[in-house]
Ligand binder design. Structure first.
Ligand SMILES: Cc1ncc(COP(=O)(O)O)c(C=O)c1O
Length: 349
């Protein structure tokens, strides 16, 4: 196997291109002139499709990436003297270069533990009650990642339990849904059940990893929290002048269910990959495979040999101790089988 024979990698779902449905919608949007800055027909249509998906009158904003979606939405939940509770492995904590604190003018991020990348509900109480004096940044928001950074999911019951605790301590809930579609299809629930009905105030709904070129939707289920969010976006450099090219792909994805198909496909590729490698000697799967990621402990020299063969995948990123194998909307069964065959050969299996 040479690098040139490898078309697709397992490093990140960001490595994949634009899926045909999103691309076609961009091409269709590329006709004539449209009003700028979000007052266009594509943005209206995409926002309405999202309202249909969530079966509620949510406020919708389209931004360029997940870091800005998380940071600006969290900033809208907090004052600068508040704190945000999130899992210690979260993207908000480890992969956003301090943007949540920056955009919220100093709001502190406090880290919570929990097995399998999921916040342990009892840790919320500990963090809130650790100190209640005026010198401590008052906890105000709970940030949950669905699917988590290690590919696991909060079940509906787990969501409800966390929401109960959050409500008890007057915490607003933000959901980092960079891989929300993957979580949804795997949980087999409706979008509303796992978001606003489960207590989520604002969702950062990932488009990029699902097959869109650029962009995430910030969906406020609590409209009061969206007050002047458009100004926050503008100030944060997140108000696209040619907004139709951020919103049109969402129309392409949502109108015929491509977002769900893509998520189902990438999840099933992860399941196939896990099944193909889990029994190899000296390899262990680190977390339950519940979305489109497989985390595995692979001996370092085999990782190096796989890299030398041209396979790209991350190791030791963001505090993980594992190889992260991420499947995308365009990962094929051949990609998975070739990767697994190479791994098997190098493991001497
Ligand atoms: C859990 C999670 N949240 C958010 C993001 C979005 O980050 P970006 O700013 O790179 O779009 C990512 C991307 O890797 C992610 O994995």
């Amino acid at each position: 196997m040479t690098a040139s024979r490898i078309c697709r990698h397992f490093a990140s779902d960001n490595y994949a291109g634009i899926c045909p449905e999103a691309f076609a919608a961009m091409v269709e949007a590329n006709q004539g002139h449209e009003v700028g800055y979000g007052d266009d027909s594509w943005t209206e249509k995409a926002s309405n499709l999202l309202r249909d998906v969530f079966e509620t009158k949510c406020e919708v904003f389209f931004v360029f990436n997940g870091t800005s979606a998380n940071s600006l939405s969290l900033a809208s939940l907090c004052q600068s003297y508040h704190s945000i509770l999130c899992h210690e492995l979260s993207h908000v904590e480890g992969s956003e270069c301090g943007a949540p604190e920056f955009f919220a003018n100093g709001t502190k991020v406090l880290l919570l533990p929990g097995a399998n990348g999921k916040i342990d509900p009892s840790s919320i109480e500990k963090a809130v009650n650790k100190r209640t004096d005026i010198h401590y940044p008052k906890p105000r928001a709970l940030s949950l990642t669905q699917a988590t950074e290690v590919g696991t999911l909060y079940s509906l019951d787990e969501m409800r339990e966390l929401a109960d605790v959050a409500r008890h301590f007057n915490l607003r809930i933000q959901m980092d849904g960079a891989r929300f579609a993957n979580a949804l299809v795997s949980l087999g629930v409706t979008p509303k059940e796992v978001t606003w009905k489960a207590g989520v105030d604002v969702l950062c709904f990932g488009g990029t990893k699902n097959g869109i070129a650029v962009g995430e939707a910030v969906v406020f289920f609590n409209p009061e929290l969206a007050h002047e969010f458009d100004y926050r976006c503008k100030q944060g450099g997140q108000l696209a002048s040619k907004m139709r090219f951020l919103s049109a792909p969402w129309v392409g994805m949502l109108q015929d269910g491509a977002w769900l198909r893509n998520a189902r496909h990438s999840n099933s590729m992860a399941n196939r990959l896990e099944a193909a490698i889990r029994h190899l000697p000296n390899i262990s799967i680190s977390y339950p495979v519940e979305s489109n990621a497989v985390f595995a402990k692979i001996p370092e020299k085999v990782v190096d040999a796989m890299h030398q063969r041209g396979w790209k995948f991350y190791t030791h990123v963001g505090g993980w101790e594992d190889s992260r194998l991420m499947c995308s909307w365009d990962t094929t069964t051949e990609d998975v089988d070739r990767f697994a065959a190479d791994l098997k050969e190098l493991m001497g299996g």
